[in-house]
Design a protein around this ligand. Sequence first.
Ligand SMILES: Cc1cc2nc3c(=O)[nH]c(=O)nc-3n(C[C@H](O)[C@H](O)[C@H](O)COP(=O)(O)O)c2cc1C
Length: 511
Amino acid sequence: MSDPRVATVLSYHTRSKHALDRYAAGPGTLDWEAQPKAFRDWQGAAQIVLPREVTVSCITWDALTSPRAPLPLNIQNLGSLLRLCVGLTAWKEYSGSRWSLRAHPSSGNLHPTETWLIAAKVDGLENGLYHYQNQHHYLERRAWGNDAQATGVWLGFSSIHWREAWKYGERAFRYCQLDMGHVLAAVSYAAALHGWKSRLLSMDAATTARCLGLERIADFEGVEAEEAEVILMLEADANGVPCSWEEWAGKPSLLDARPLYQWPIIEEIAVATRGAVPVSPIQPPAATRLQDENDISAAQVILKRRSAQAFDGVSVMPRAVFKRILSSLLPGGSPAWDLWTTAARVHPVLLVHRVEGVAPGVYVLPRNGATHESLRAAFRETFIWQAADSELPLYQLIAARAGKTARTLSCHQDIATQCAVTFMMVAEFAQPIAADPVAYRHLHWEAGMLGHVITLEAEAAGWRGTGIGCFFDDAVHEVLGIKDDSFQVIYHYAVGMALDDPRISTLPAYE
Ligand SMILES: Cc1cc2nc3c(=O)[nH]c(=O)nc-3n(C[C@H](O)[C@H](O)[C@H](O)COP(=O)(O)O)c2cc1C
């Protein structure tokens, strides 16, 4: 008997597509003054101020993945880690408006992802479940009282869909999942710097929700719910994550007192895609991280990461930077792929506009040798599949100046043509979803992780990336010749030389 959840996923995906003549259903009007709050407080929960110092600032970008002893599990190092993956990195100010940026990007800067921390026998922190409050860099103690034997730290994540749905309507679930992918990649880099071997736990959705206290319906009465996503082990012994708490404190704050719209399909797709993260054995690496003697501080790269709002449209990316970015997308090429060990199922198609020694055109980087032939079968027959690099699995599909196409496909956004390269993340789709509808989330996580890796590698080399969640799905499929849902595009990413807006001033993240 066919699984009705699969039909829900396929139908949601189709319905949430943008097309050249029709955008997915979203709010007709936006009241910018009534944007849901970017930060949630747990009123009544004890606050534990975290140290702000980054304890790993001497590690260079090039030494990021060099073997290092794990730093002690204490409140100083946890404060440092959280700053480098989910903390604020700056406040921006322009013409009376003020907004904050974080270590990871987010669609519309709406930040649906909430961070949880479970601590057991951590120096300077009582055992318990904590909510991380990014605005002030403190923890809110949500639960305690557990006599488990474990020692360690786990991070948990949940999504508040309304933060994205408020602006983006039905397509918002996709953005929450892409954001989740960015966060996971951000954690992988921060953990590597602290010498911690982060690992995702394969836990079903109900257990994840219970572990993070998200199934306590009464606590969420009258405020926006949080959807459990995943728990990962940062560093722990083998005794397992403590999840049963005796005492609870706090009430989550309301983010939007007057929601103007409702998007019930978001709840439907969330329910249909609940499931466990597949934790497969680590794949043999297809690449090792390229070394290039970049002695910039890795923490500095992370803290100065921004999305470009505009690119200069002329700078030519050196081939070495291009190759470095591409090799980091292959298994083994970035700490992200030590955390995300499932066989690669998302494959970048590149529209190369300006890269030294690389002819403008459409290229593909199959990240998994096994998928090469199925991509070839799914794509346009006239593509030439000419090997374009002696070291990377990069193939030219067609030589062309594709700047205008990139802009059109990316909802007419200039960033897609003014950058040096536009990436279009093409996911193996129908088969993984038929096997388990939870894959719909995980494919988006993988795409978000790819985006994050691109962004950090670009930033380290003086270039910059920007996520592009707005693209015309089937128009991309048309260009690539994809005729069914065996593959689907799920994210775009632009990378180029950023133009800064001098009118916007930058203020420190934490005074
Ligand atoms: C999933 C996702 C989709 C995005 N889509 C777009 C987009 O279509 N166009 C755009 O200009 N920026 C896009 N962005 C960039 C965000 O606007 C940006 O991350 C946000 O404003 C926060 O700024 P920061 O990344 O500099 O911290 C996207 C980011 C993410 C993570």
